[in-house]
Design a protein around this ligand. Structure first.
Ligand SMILES: [Zn+2]
Length: 306
Protein backbone atom coordinates (compact mmCIF):
# COMPACT_ATOMS: atom_id res chain seq x y z
CA UNK A 1 0.00 0.00 0.00
CA UNK A 2 1.39 3.40 -0.93
CA UNK A 3 1.10 6.32 1.45
CA UNK A 4 -1.93 8.56 1.10
CA UNK A 5 -0.40 11.10 -1.28
CA UNK A 6 1.03 8.37 -3.44
CA UNK A 7 -2.32 6.56 -3.43
CA UNK A 8 -4.09 9.74 -4.56
CA UNK A 9 -1.65 10.12 -7.45
CA UNK A 10 -2.14 6.46 -8.29
CA UNK A 11 -5.87 6.99 -8.68
CA UNK A 12 -5.25 9.56 -11.37
CA UNK A 13 -2.59 7.70 -13.29
CA UNK A 14 -3.18 3.97 -12.92
CA UNK A 15 -6.25 1.87 -13.59
CA UNK A 16 -6.00 -0.30 -10.48
CA UNK A 17 -5.15 1.62 -7.32
CA UNK A 18 -4.34 -0.52 -4.33
CA UNK A 19 -6.82 0.04 -1.58
CA UNK A 20 -7.57 -3.20 0.03
CA UNK A 21 -6.38 -6.46 -1.21
CA UNK A 22 -5.00 -5.39 -4.58
CA UNK A 23 -7.10 -6.42 -7.56
CA UNK A 24 -5.11 -9.58 -8.12
CA UNK A 25 -5.80 -10.77 -4.60
CA UNK A 26 -9.51 -9.97 -4.86
CA UNK A 27 -9.44 -12.03 -8.07
CA UNK A 28 -7.76 -15.03 -6.46
CA UNK A 29 -10.12 -14.91 -3.48
CA UNK A 30 -13.20 -14.61 -5.68
CA UNK A 31 -12.18 -17.34 -8.12
CA UNK A 32 -11.54 -19.78 -5.30
CA UNK A 33 -14.97 -19.13 -3.78
CA UNK A 34 -17.35 -19.42 -6.73
CA UNK A 35 -18.19 -22.53 -8.80
CA UNK A 36 -19.09 -20.45 -11.86
CA UNK A 37 -18.34 -20.93 -15.54
CA UNK A 38 -15.26 -19.09 -16.88
CA UNK A 39 -16.66 -16.07 -18.66
CA UNK A 40 -19.11 -15.23 -15.86
CA UNK A 41 -16.40 -15.75 -13.26
CA UNK A 42 -14.06 -13.41 -15.11
CA UNK A 43 -16.76 -10.72 -15.23
CA UNK A 44 -16.99 -10.96 -11.45
CA UNK A 45 -13.38 -11.57 -10.47
CA UNK A 46 -10.98 -10.00 -12.97
CA UNK A 47 -8.18 -8.08 -11.24
CA UNK A 48 -8.71 -4.92 -13.27
CA UNK A 49 -12.26 -4.85 -14.46
CA UNK A 50 -14.21 -7.43 -12.47
CA UNK A 51 -17.32 -6.38 -10.53
CA UNK A 52 -15.68 -7.30 -7.23
CA UNK A 53 -12.97 -4.72 -7.94
CA UNK A 54 -15.30 -1.94 -9.11
CA UNK A 55 -15.32 -0.27 -5.66
CA UNK A 56 -11.59 0.39 -5.98
CA UNK A 57 -12.14 2.63 -9.02
CA UNK A 58 -13.38 6.19 -9.43
CA UNK A 59 -15.21 7.96 -6.64
CA UNK A 60 -16.02 4.68 -4.91
CA UNK A 61 -12.36 4.48 -3.91
CA UNK A 62 -12.84 7.57 -1.72
CA UNK A 63 -15.72 6.17 0.34
CA UNK A 64 -14.36 4.45 3.41
CA UNK A 65 -17.45 2.35 4.08
CA UNK A 66 -16.87 0.56 0.76
CA UNK A 67 -13.59 -0.74 2.17
CA UNK A 68 -14.58 -1.11 5.83
CA UNK A 69 -12.15 1.66 6.79
CA UNK A 70 -12.18 3.96 9.81
CA UNK A 71 -13.69 1.51 12.29
CA UNK A 72 -10.57 1.93 14.38
CA UNK A 73 -10.59 1.58 18.14
CA UNK A 74 -8.35 0.51 20.99
CA UNK A 75 -9.52 -0.21 24.52
CA UNK A 76 -7.91 1.72 27.39
CA UNK A 77 -5.87 -1.42 28.10
CA UNK A 78 -3.95 -0.83 24.84
CA UNK A 79 -4.16 2.96 24.48
CA UNK A 80 -5.06 5.58 27.06
CA UNK A 81 -7.50 8.18 25.72
CA UNK A 82 -7.91 6.74 22.24
CA UNK A 83 -9.33 9.53 20.01
CA UNK A 84 -12.30 7.44 18.83
CA UNK A 85 -14.96 5.63 20.84
CA UNK A 86 -16.13 2.05 20.47
CA UNK A 87 -19.49 3.42 19.32
CA UNK A 88 -17.92 5.52 16.58
CA UNK A 89 -15.93 2.54 15.35
CA UNK A 90 -19.00 0.29 15.38
CA UNK A 91 -21.00 2.94 13.51
CA UNK A 92 -18.43 2.81 10.68
CA UNK A 93 -18.44 -0.99 10.64
CA UNK A 94 -22.26 -1.08 10.53
CA UNK A 95 -22.22 1.41 7.66
CA UNK A 96 -19.85 -0.91 5.81
CA UNK A 97 -22.16 -3.89 6.42
CA UNK A 98 -25.18 -1.78 5.42
CA UNK A 99 -23.58 -1.03 2.06
CA UNK A 100 -23.44 -4.79 1.45
CA UNK A 101 -27.00 -5.35 2.65
CA UNK A 102 -28.26 -2.67 0.26
CA UNK A 103 -26.40 -4.30 -2.65
CA UNK A 104 -27.70 -7.75 -1.70
CA UNK A 105 -31.31 -6.55 -1.72
CA UNK A 106 -30.77 -4.82 -5.06
CA UNK A 107 -29.27 -8.02 -6.51
CA UNK A 108 -32.33 -10.01 -5.44
CA UNK A 109 -34.61 -7.47 -7.14
CA UNK A 110 -32.51 -7.31 -10.31
CA UNK A 111 -32.58 -11.11 -10.63
CA UNK A 112 -36.24 -10.84 -11.59
CA UNK A 113 -35.07 -9.78 -15.08
CA UNK A 114 -33.01 -12.94 -15.67
CA UNK A 115 -36.04 -15.09 -16.49
CA UNK A 116 -39.58 -14.53 -17.77
CA UNK A 117 -42.81 -15.21 -15.89
CA UNK A 118 -42.61 -18.93 -16.73
CA UNK A 119 -38.96 -19.16 -15.71
CA UNK A 120 -37.46 -19.20 -19.19
CA UNK A 121 -33.99 -17.59 -19.24
CA UNK A 122 -33.80 -14.32 -21.16
CA UNK A 123 -31.05 -14.64 -23.78
CA UNK A 124 -30.74 -10.88 -24.14
CA UNK A 125 -30.48 -10.27 -20.42
CA UNK A 126 -27.86 -12.97 -19.85
CA UNK A 127 -25.63 -12.22 -22.84
CA UNK A 128 -22.00 -11.61 -21.89
CA UNK A 129 -20.77 -11.18 -25.46
CA UNK A 130 -19.51 -7.74 -24.52
CA UNK A 131 -18.16 -6.89 -21.07
CA UNK A 132 -20.53 -5.54 -18.41
CA UNK A 133 -20.08 -1.78 -17.86
CA UNK A 134 -20.55 -1.54 -14.04
CA UNK A 135 -22.19 1.86 -14.47
CA UNK A 136 -25.04 1.44 -11.94
CA UNK A 137 -27.58 1.51 -14.77
CA UNK A 138 -30.05 -1.27 -15.43
CA UNK A 139 -29.11 -2.78 -18.79
CA UNK A 140 -28.66 -6.51 -19.15
CA UNK A 141 -30.13 -8.06 -15.99
CA UNK A 142 -27.17 -10.42 -15.48
CA UNK A 143 -24.70 -7.51 -15.56
CA UNK A 144 -26.92 -5.66 -13.12
CA UNK A 145 -27.01 -8.60 -10.70
CA UNK A 146 -23.25 -9.20 -10.96
CA UNK A 147 -22.57 -5.52 -10.32
CA UNK A 148 -24.72 -5.46 -7.20
CA UNK A 149 -23.14 -8.65 -5.88
CA UNK A 150 -19.58 -7.60 -6.69
CA UNK A 151 -19.96 -4.14 -5.21
CA UNK A 152 -21.40 -5.75 -2.07
CA UNK A 153 -18.75 -8.45 -1.75
CA UNK A 154 -15.72 -6.17 -2.16
CA UNK A 155 -16.01 -4.72 1.34
CA UNK A 156 -16.68 -8.16 2.85
CA UNK A 157 -13.30 -9.27 1.46
CA UNK A 158 -11.67 -6.00 2.49
CA UNK A 159 -12.85 -6.49 6.07
CA UNK A 160 -10.46 -9.40 6.57
CA UNK A 161 -7.52 -7.51 5.08
CA UNK A 162 -8.30 -4.26 6.89
CA UNK A 163 -9.20 -5.50 10.36
CA UNK A 164 -7.48 -7.33 13.21
CA UNK A 165 -10.12 -10.11 13.11
CA UNK A 166 -7.83 -13.02 12.26
CA UNK A 167 -4.46 -11.43 13.04
CA UNK A 168 -1.96 -12.96 15.43
CA UNK A 169 0.33 -10.50 17.08
CA UNK A 170 3.53 -10.50 19.08
CA UNK A 171 5.41 -7.76 20.89
CA UNK A 172 4.13 -4.68 22.64
CA UNK A 173 0.54 -3.88 21.71
CA UNK A 174 -0.67 -0.35 21.03
CA UNK A 175 -1.55 2.10 18.28
CA UNK A 176 1.21 0.88 15.95
CA UNK A 177 0.67 -2.77 16.86
CA UNK A 178 -3.02 -3.33 17.63
CA UNK A 179 -4.00 -6.61 19.28
CA UNK A 180 -4.95 -9.43 16.92
CA UNK A 181 -8.17 -11.27 17.66
CA UNK A 182 -6.87 -14.55 16.21
CA UNK A 183 -10.31 -15.57 14.97
CA UNK A 184 -10.34 -18.66 12.78
CA UNK A 185 -13.84 -18.46 11.30
CA UNK A 186 -15.79 -15.91 9.29
CA UNK A 187 -17.36 -12.97 11.10
CA UNK A 188 -20.93 -13.60 12.35
CA UNK A 189 -21.81 -9.91 11.97
CA UNK A 190 -21.34 -10.13 8.18
CA UNK A 191 -24.53 -12.21 7.82
CA UNK A 192 -25.66 -10.00 4.97
CA UNK A 193 -28.23 -12.43 3.57
CA UNK A 194 -29.95 -12.79 6.94
CA UNK A 195 -29.87 -9.04 7.54
CA UNK A 196 -31.34 -8.34 4.11
CA UNK A 197 -34.67 -9.80 5.28
CA UNK A 198 -34.73 -7.84 8.55
CA UNK A 199 -35.66 -4.28 9.43
CA UNK A 200 -32.52 -2.12 9.54
CA UNK A 201 -33.02 -1.24 13.21
CA UNK A 202 -33.21 -4.95 14.08
CA UNK A 203 -30.20 -6.22 12.21
CA UNK A 204 -27.97 -3.33 13.22
CA UNK A 205 -28.78 -4.08 16.86
CA UNK A 206 -28.02 -7.76 16.33
CA UNK A 207 -24.78 -7.07 14.47
CA UNK A 208 -23.54 -4.47 16.94
CA UNK A 209 -23.96 -6.94 19.79
CA UNK A 210 -21.66 -9.40 17.96
CA UNK A 211 -18.77 -6.95 17.50
CA UNK A 212 -15.86 -7.74 19.83
CA UNK A 213 -14.80 -4.88 22.09
CA UNK A 214 -11.29 -4.79 20.66
CA UNK A 215 -12.14 -5.17 16.97
CA UNK A 216 -10.46 -2.52 14.85
CA UNK A 217 -10.04 -1.64 11.21
CA UNK A 218 -7.65 1.10 10.07
CA UNK A 219 -7.93 4.84 9.75
CA UNK A 220 -7.60 5.88 6.11
CA UNK A 221 -7.83 9.41 4.70
CA UNK A 222 -11.07 8.77 2.81
CA UNK A 223 -14.60 9.86 3.71
CA UNK A 224 -16.18 8.10 6.65
CA UNK A 225 -19.90 7.47 7.04
CA UNK A 226 -20.46 10.91 8.56
CA UNK A 227 -18.79 12.63 5.60
CA UNK A 228 -15.63 13.44 7.50
CA UNK A 229 -12.28 12.97 5.82
CA UNK A 230 -9.45 12.88 8.37
CA UNK A 231 -6.49 15.01 7.29
CA UNK A 232 -4.26 12.48 8.90
CA UNK A 233 -4.49 9.50 11.16
CA UNK A 234 -2.27 10.76 13.99
CA UNK A 235 -2.86 8.84 17.17
CA UNK A 236 -5.16 6.37 15.45
CA UNK A 237 -4.67 2.83 14.23
CA UNK A 238 -3.62 3.31 10.61
CA UNK A 239 -4.51 1.34 7.55
CA UNK A 240 -1.22 2.02 5.77
CA UNK A 241 1.74 0.39 7.44
CA UNK A 242 -0.17 -0.86 10.47
CA UNK A 243 -3.27 -2.98 9.95
CA UNK A 244 -3.61 -3.50 6.19
CA UNK A 245 -2.74 -6.89 4.78
CA UNK A 246 -3.38 -5.94 1.15
CA UNK A 247 -0.28 -7.71 -0.11
CA UNK A 248 1.96 -10.44 1.33
CA UNK A 249 4.69 -7.80 1.72
CA UNK A 250 2.67 -5.56 4.05
CA UNK A 251 4.10 -5.27 7.54
CA UNK A 252 1.04 -6.83 9.16
CA UNK A 253 1.01 -9.76 6.72
CA UNK A 254 3.60 -11.74 8.69
CA UNK A 255 2.71 -14.40 11.26
CA UNK A 256 0.48 -16.03 8.64
CA UNK A 257 -1.84 -13.01 8.84
CA UNK A 258 -2.08 -12.48 5.06
CA UNK A 259 -2.78 -16.15 4.50
CA UNK A 260 -5.53 -16.25 7.13
CA UNK A 261 -7.12 -13.01 5.85
CA UNK A 262 -7.33 -14.27 2.25
CA UNK A 263 -8.59 -17.66 3.40
CA UNK A 264 -11.41 -16.17 5.46
CA UNK A 265 -12.25 -13.66 2.70
CA UNK A 266 -12.71 -16.59 0.33
CA UNK A 267 -14.77 -18.53 2.87
CA UNK A 268 -16.98 -15.53 3.42
CA UNK A 269 -17.44 -14.94 -0.31
CA UNK A 270 -18.60 -18.56 -0.61
CA UNK A 271 -20.99 -17.96 2.32
CA UNK A 272 -22.34 -14.81 0.65
CA UNK A 273 -23.00 -16.71 -2.59
CA UNK A 274 -24.74 -19.55 -0.70
CA UNK A 275 -26.89 -17.03 1.14
CA UNK A 276 -27.73 -15.25 -2.11
CA UNK A 277 -28.95 -18.48 -3.70
CA UNK A 278 -31.09 -19.12 -0.62
CA UNK A 279 -32.52 -15.62 -0.91
CA UNK A 280 -33.43 -16.17 -4.57
CA UNK A 281 -35.17 -19.45 -3.72
CA UNK A 282 -37.12 -17.68 -0.97
CA UNK A 283 -38.03 -14.62 -3.04
CA UNK A 284 -38.87 -16.56 -6.20
CA UNK A 285 -40.07 -20.02 -5.10
CA UNK A 286 -40.08 -22.96 -7.48
CA UNK A 287 -38.84 -22.91 -11.05
CA UNK A 288 -38.09 -19.18 -11.39
CA UNK A 289 -35.60 -19.06 -8.52
CA UNK A 290 -33.81 -22.19 -9.71
CA UNK A 291 -33.58 -20.81 -13.23
CA UNK A 292 -32.15 -17.53 -11.93
CA UNK A 293 -29.36 -19.41 -10.19
CA UNK A 294 -28.75 -21.46 -13.35
CA UNK A 295 -28.63 -18.21 -15.37
CA UNK A 296 -26.05 -16.71 -13.02
CA UNK A 297 -23.57 -19.59 -12.91
CA UNK A 298 -23.59 -20.54 -16.61
CA UNK A 299 -21.97 -18.60 -19.45
CA UNK A 300 -24.71 -19.43 -22.01
CA UNK A 301 -27.70 -20.10 -19.77
CA UNK A 302 -30.36 -19.59 -22.44
CA UNK A 303 -28.93 -22.68 -24.15
CA UNK A 304 -28.33 -24.88 -21.12
CA UNK A 305 -30.87 -23.99 -18.42
CA UNK A 306 -33.98 -26.13 -18.95
ZN1 LIG B 1 -11.31 -1.82 -1.27
Amino acid sequence: MPACAVAAATVLTAPAPAHAFTGGHHETITRSALPWEPRTLTEMADARRGAVNANDHGDYFRLGILHCDNADYLTPRHAAGYPRTRDEATTELLACIRSSVTRFRAAVRASDGLVDAEGRVSARDTDLGTPCPWNERPGRAKCHVLEQLGRGWHQIQDFYSHSNWSDRTTGTLGVTNPPGLARTSIAPFLAVGRYSTMADADWTKEAAALVPEDLSTGCYPDFDSTGVRPVGCDGRVRHNGTLAKDTPAARRSGNGNFHRATGLAAQDTARQWEDFQAALRAAYPGRRGEQMICALVHDRPAAVCP
